[in-house]
Ligand binder design. Structure first.
Ligand code: GYE
Length: 351
């Protein structure tokens, strides 16, 4: 009897030992070195430990925003905060107040924060991130660009989700050509976005690629830093220099609105004496479309969070199916659509 008992407990102990060792062995057994998972852009994905079954609850995202310079930006920020709450993502949000040095130091912070597994960047500038991108690789952080592109090889980030700003510039040129089709002179002034921002660089490039189609001449160009007051001052200075202006291109709604205010205060009629075009198509832009002071507004979609978080989760799970750039689908709106139609559209929009 006694012997059997002894044998039994020896057996259990043996099982636990084997299990532990087994587990131990499993724990200590070096997992086979999985082949690196690389995207079509050459980016080696730091696949998460929870892969392939990671969920949004496993995601801690460090989000580096530009600042709060426009209605578009406010809608973009809300999109990320609200969607993170809905999906149960732990979001660490950082507002860089439009200073690139703040973005770089926040990026470094997130790189060295063990809880963060995804870093999302809305880049203020097209350059200046090489060091922190390399650090993110070394520290196994998934990097995703949203809104703005940067001048870095796609092997530095999982994907870029944002608008085709060159195409937006093309749309502005086509709309301005149409607005000035009966005008002998086609002198257009440009109030450009912040210097160094891909949105400003690419919209300007796209516009210049197409203005030759109808003989538009850019007679002045200066940044309004995405804001109304500064853009108003820029337009006032342009008008002081010469009123021989047939059109104005504001790189976003705030810049077009600033120009409109200056035109009105100069005793001219915005949308009539001087044709006006903006980009973003925010609610503020729609208000000026409805009055007719803004002739056209090229849409730029700020509600990018759902796509970005979906991509981030795919990255954590080692999914290589996402292309290196996911451009947004966007439209355009015209005062000529009529106030009632525009009011009806505005009522359906989230920003
Ligand atoms: O047009 C402007 C914002 O990057 C698309 O930045 C964005 C631009 C947008 O300040 O309003």
């Amino acid at each position: 009897m006694k012997t059997t008992k002894l044998l039994q407990s020896a057996a259990i102990a043996l099982v636990i030992i084997i299990a532990t060792v087994g587990c131990g062995a499993a724990k200590t057994a070096v997992p086979p070195t999985a082949a690196p998972v690389v995207t079509s852009g050459g980016y080696t994905i730091p696949v998460a430990k929870c892969a392939p079954n990671c969920t949004y609850k496993d995601m801690t995202a460090g989000f580096i925003q530009t600042g709060s310079e426009s209605g578009w930006r406010a809608a973009n920020t809300s999109s990320f905060k609200e969607t993170a709450t809905q999906l149960g993502i732990n979001l660490k949000f950082y507002d860089a107040q439009n200073k690139i040095e703040n973005q770089v130091s926040a990026f470094h912070q997130f790189n060295t924060d063990a809880s963060v597994n995804v870093i999302i960047l809305a880049a203020l500038d097209v350059t200046g991130y090489d060091t922190v991108l390399a650090e993110a690789k070394a520290n196994g952080k998934v990097v995703i660009l949203e809104d703005r592109r940067i001048d870095a090889a796609p092997s530095n980030y999982y994907t870029y989700i944002g608008s085709d700003f060159v195409e937006e510039g093309h749309k502005v040129a086509a709309a301005m050509c149409d607005l000035l089709k009966d005008s002998v002179k086609k002198n257009v002034v440009e109030i450009s976005g912040a210097v160094g921002a891909s949105a400003a660089i690419d919209r300007a490039k796209g516009f210049r690629e197409k203005i030759g189609d109808c003989g538009i001449v850019i007679t002045e160009s200066q940044t309004g830093n995405w804001g109304v007051p500064e853009s108003k001052a820029v337009m006032e200075a342009f008008l002081k220099k010469s009123t021989d202006i047939q059109g104005v291109f504001g790189h976003n709604d705030e810049e077009a609105i600033g120009a409109i205010q200056a035109i009105d205060e100069a005793g001219l009629k915005a949308g009539v004496d001087i044709k006006t075009i903006g980009v973003d198509a925010t609610a503020d832009g729609f208000k000026y479309l409805i009055t007719g002071e803004l002739n056209a507004d090229i849409e730029c979609n700020p509600l990018l969070a759902p796509q970005v978080y979906e991509a981030a989760l795919k990255a954590m799970n080692g999914d290589t199916s996402i292309p290196t750039w996911v451009p947004s689908n966007e439209g355009q709106f015209f005062a000529s659509q009529g106030a009632d139609a525009l009011k009806a559209i505005l009522a359906t929009r989230k920003y």
